[in-house]
Write a protein that binds this ligand. Structure first.
Ligand code: ARG
Length: 461
């Protein structure tokens, strides 16, 4: 067991205790960040004269070689080390001797791991943001092609008023705008560098924390309080919060796609490439990807609840409980990233059954509000108009008709105000096209929206 400590110990660590305590099994994922941080630290130690230039060169070349050898598969990170930090220092020291032992001067694993997690978060945020952008592009293209594709809009999962596919998808486009903003907010708040905070109380070495912060791309400079620096994992909780909301959005979308793709709805058909079959029922083609995204949302929520709970009672500054931040965060980032990526592919290969959706939009009295509005425009108070149309709907149900099928005589059963222009006023086309206030599904307002989205994505419409 290669350890970074041991001087004050008389007995070796119990084997099970070592394994229980070790984080190497999962923090080996931080190897790149760990080496990046160590390189900056070593360069700073040389600049400030804390270590010699010769030792600095040995360390920097040694670290670069370790990284290269790992990449080339010449060495592997074994489980005999306590954590990724121990691995790097041990291998470095094996290779370059005493200089390797000087790398940790003025540093603790507490500020080191805080830095690693911030560097990891920064990369994760950028990958997630990019994948959401790709998903938005897929949505944008679908919206452009479906400005006039009618479908029913629902409230309470009951047909409510008609919309278009572009309008419905636009709701998700908006959610993903907010998701990206939330991710960028996380990135804003990790722009302070914790390295140099030491174990908890800084150090007496004349570290140049400003230089390290700049070297590592932390635009706000070093963190201001060393105790907070090593004990802060707010950004991971925020990240998980942002991921949980992304997954919630994908899960709602999945739920809709599963419904739309079901035999009885038939609004869409998922591509074979994103569906799976049954081992017993030959006819089945199941929306497993959407179901899995919906299901995996639970894992991400779990990671968020887990970390909030880990942190609720730990005293300042660093406590080993904090090591529990990693697995949940790594898993949630992986889960969210693969869900977003798959979603873009699933959406852009999905076929919309336009006729089925339009037929569904025509049924279910989605134009009842428009019929009431027709009366209002002719001077009838809205509440009375609501009652009149309600009674006509009841009549239609008993006759098995749509409002559009009523004869003028039938309209007149409830009010003499109806004239020939009622048919035009409640046609599906009118109901959608006349809704052109900002945010509504009519073509005119949707085109404005698409113009905005094109600008947002930085693409030509
Ligand atoms: N594996 C630890 C973690 O993930 C690294 C920091 C260890 N610090 C310590 N003082 N034991 O949090």
């Amino acid at each position: 067991m290669a350890k970074l400590w041991g001087g004050r110990f008389e007995a070796a660590t119990d084997k099970d205790a070592f394994e229980f305590n070790a984080s190497i099994g999962f923090d080996k994922r931080l190897i790149e960040e760990d080496i990046e941080g160590s390189l900056a630290h070593a360069k700073m130690l040389v600049r400030t004269g804390i270590i010699s230039a010769e030792d600095g060169d040995l360390i920097i070349n040694g670290l670069n070689d370790i990284f290269k050898d790992l990449k080339d598969g010449k060495i592997a990170i074994g489980d005999e080390y306590e954590d990724v930090h121990s691995f790097v220092e041990s291998v470095l020291t094996e290779r370059i001797g005493d200089a390797g032992k000087r790398l940790h001067t003025g540093r603790s694993r507490n500020d080191q791991v805080a830095l690693d997690m911030k560097l990891y978060t920064r990369k994760a945020v950028s990958k997630l943001d990019q994948s959401l952008r790709v998903l938005q592009e897929a949505l944008f293209n679908l919206m452009k092609d479906n400005l006039d594709t009618f479908m029913p809009g629902f409230t309470h999962l009951q047909k409510a008023q008609s919309v278009t596919v572009a309008h419905h998808l636009g709701a998700y486009f908006e959610m993903f705008i907010r998701d990206r903003e939330r991710l960028n907010g996380v990135e804003e708040r990790i722009s302070y560098c914790p390295l140099g905070a030491g174990a908890l109380a800084g150090t007496t070495y004349p570290l140049d924390r400003e230089w390290v912060a700049e070297e590592l791309g932390f635009k706000c400079g070093p963190t201001r309080n060393s105790m907070d620096s090593v004990s802060d994992r707010d950004y991971l909780i925020e990240l998980l919060g942002a991921l949980a909301i992304i997954m919630m959005h994908l899960s709602r979308f999945s739920e809709e796609i599963i419904l739309w793709n079901s035999n009885d709805y038939g609004f869409v058909e998922l591509s074979d490439r994103y569906s799976t079959g049954s081992s017993i029922m030959p006819q089945k083609k199941n929306p497993d990807i959407a179901e899995l995204v919906r299901g995996k949302t639970g894992r991400v929520y779990g990671a968020l609840m887990g970390l909030l709970t880990v942190f609720k009672g730990i005293p300042l500054a660093y406590d080993k409980d904090m090591q529990e931040d990693k697995e949940g965060v790594f898993d949630a980032v992986d889960t969210c990233l693969s869900s977003v990526k798959l979603f873009a592919g699933m959406l852009s290969t999905m076929r919309f059954n336009n006729e089925v959706m339009e037929k569904s939009a025509r049924a279910g009295f989605t134009n009842a509000t428009d019929a009431a509005d027709y009366l209002v425009k002719k001077g009838v108070p809205f509440r009375d108009a609501h009652g009149i149309i309600g009674r006509l709907v009841l009549y239609c149900i008993s006759e098995g008709k749509a409002l559009d099928d009523l004869s003028l005589d039938e309209w007149h059963r409830e009010s003499p105000v109806f004239e020939d222009d009622i048919y035009e006023a409640i046609s599906l086309k009118t109901c959608v096209e006349k809704r052109v206030t900002m945010g509504a599904p009519g073509r005119a307002s949707m085109e404005k929206c698409l113009g905005y989205y094109a600008e947002y994505l930085g693409i030509n419409k």
